[in-house]
Write a protein that binds this ligand. Structure first.
Ligand code: SAH
Ligand code: SF4
Ligand code: F3S
Length: 462
């Protein structure tokens, strides 16, 4: 089926070997899972061009910081780090420092000129240009490429895995985002949404299986709008079809995906999930707020009722499916009553897990231009504390219900608290801890749950 396509793609590989002269690169990654894969794409591009990747900062000739702009504090953390590296560079003048990722795209030239923080600035769609830019920076020229692309998906590049385990890997299926939620910087830092050729996705998954990986997570900002048009036969491949193609690669491979957008989450995806045992029963469905006026201001494209209907569909088609969400507190004009609507929705849905944030105004977004960031910081914090407390309660309740149940767990590593214990995840994405025995990382084991906290399940292997 895809054979010819792969051959074509191999020809497409346009990476000139410019010769890195064995220079070593240290990559530091901030931000979301997308950035994790992007760092692996960068590692592939650089190693193909004669550079090598170093795990130690001290050995490195080049430092690349892959950055995030999602909230003000994410950027502050990176700035601090870049200032430390600037001092470090004073001691070792030969070293080159580059900013890649979302902050590079947002701040562009500023990082080189006004702030004089780094030697190179490379946006998320310009990584193929890195070997050339390193060369330019090395000869004292300004090295910057922040052009966004409508086509780039790095489809032909096989990421060099930088993760600690070789059990679970991220696979990028699309880039960019067209949603334009009013608070969000991603459409500006990542550009237009585009889907990756499914045959290259399957090729990457097969390669991971051959290397012994047991789980893949398919990544996109809104995976439900994945669409690939096969020009030869005019057939369209939707996210549900892609999910099915990936699930069919091997029954021993677990398949996850992130992130779903409630507006586009259709029943066909849920039915595909129900059909394949190896597609994990967990859905991350960020709702952000439980109030219709706030959702409208956020330009999320759905209502509370629509979201509730989606949750009902999940519970009906996939009983026992793990559910998680994201919340923002203190968005422009959010009243106390509107905040309470978020709390009531959380209780109604009974989420197993959530990421929770205080609203952070981002330059150039619709919210920054047209709405007022008028909720005092104390109020944002108080509301955040409220939802965190509630979520902890819900997580504990959900975990308690699992006591006595037995789950299949994919073992990912040694528990942080004790060498004698291992941890892994069940299909619902809950962390399960158990005694090591003679179990290996990468094994599937059945664990009977005996106790829990709000964050983890503990049990015995049966
Ligand atoms: N594409 C995904 C997630 C993108 S960012 C989605 O739409 O769900 C991850 C989370 O960061 C978002 O879900 C949101 O909860 C949070 N976030 C994004 N912009 C933010 C901002 N300006 N302030 C606070 N939180 C924000
Ligand atoms: Fe941001 Fe919305 Fe796109 Fe998610 S869907 S990345 S929140 S614009
Ligand atoms: Fe951050 Fe960019 Fe991801 S802003 S959350 S690294 S897409």
């Amino acid at each position: 089926m895809g054979k010819n396509k792969f051959e074509n793609l191999d020809k497409l590989k346009i990476l000139p070997n410019t010769g890195g002269n064995g220079q070593k690169i240290y990559i530091e990654t901030y931000g979301c899972q997308m950035n994790v894969v992007d760092s692996e794409v960068v590692a592939a591009i650089m190693t193909d061009n004669g550079f090598s990747i170093s795990e130690n900062l001290e050995d490195a000739n080049i430092i690349l910081v892959n950055t995030c702009s999602i909230r003000e504090n994410a950027e502050q953390k990176v700035r601090q780090r870049l200032n430390d590296y600037k001092k470090y560079k004073k001691k070792d003048k030969g070293i080159l420092i580059g900013v890649i990722g979302c902050m590079a795209e947002r701040l562009k030239q500023k990082l080189l000129e006004e702030e004089k923080l780094v030697d190179m600035v490379i946006g998320p769609d310009a990584y193929r240009d890195l070997p050339k830019l390193v060369e330019e920076a090395g000869s004292g020229q300004q090295a910057i490429n922040v052009l966004l692309s409508r086509e780039e998906t790095y489809a032909d590049i096989n990421p060099v895995r930088l993760g600690k385990n070789n059990v679970t890997a991220f696979v990028s299926i699309m880039r960019g985002c067209d949603q334009m939620c009013s608070y969000c910087v991603v459409p500006f830092t990542r550009g237009r949404e585009r889907s990756r050729d499914p045959y290259t996705i399957i090729r990457e998954v097969n390669d991971l299986i051959a290397k012994g990986y047991k789980e893949v997570t398919l990544l996109g900002q809104n995976v439900n709008s994945y669409i690939w048009e096969n020009k030869e036969n005019n057939r369209k491949i939707s996210f549900a079809s892609l999910l099915e193609m990936v699930a069919k690669t091997s029954p021993d491979l677990r398949v996850r995906y992130s992130t779903s957008h409630p507006k586009d989450m259709t029943d066909d995806v849920l039915h595909t999930m129900a059909k394949y045992d190896n597609i994990c029963k967990n859905i991350h469905l960020p709702v952000q707020s439980g109030n219709n006026r706030v959702l409208e201001n956020m330009r999320r494209g759905y209502t509370r009722e629509w979201y509730m209907d989606r949750i009902r569909a999940i519970k009906k088609i996939l009983p026992g499916c793990g559910l998680s969400s994201d919340f923002i507190t203190g968005f422009c004009d959010e009243t106390e009553e509107e905040h309470k609507d978020t709390l009531s929705l959380m209780k109604w849905a009974g989420f197993d897990f959530a990421f929770m944030f205080k609203y952070s105004e981002r330059p150039n977004t619709y919210a920054e231009r047209k709405l007022k960031d008028n909720i005092p910081d104390e109020t944002k914090s108080r509301r955040l504390t409220k939802i965190i407390e509630l979520q902890n309660k819900l997580s504990l309740e959900s975990n308690k219900k699992d006591i006595g149940k037995t789950f299949e767990v994919l073992v990912e590593g040694v528990s942080r608290k004790s060498d004698e214990r291992l941890f892994g995840r069940n299909s619902q994405n809950k962390v399960v801890v158990f005694d090591r025995g003679n179990i290996e990382i990468g094994d599937y084991v059945n664990v009977k749950i005996t106790e829990c906290t709000s964050a983890t399940l503990k049990g015995i292997v049966v």
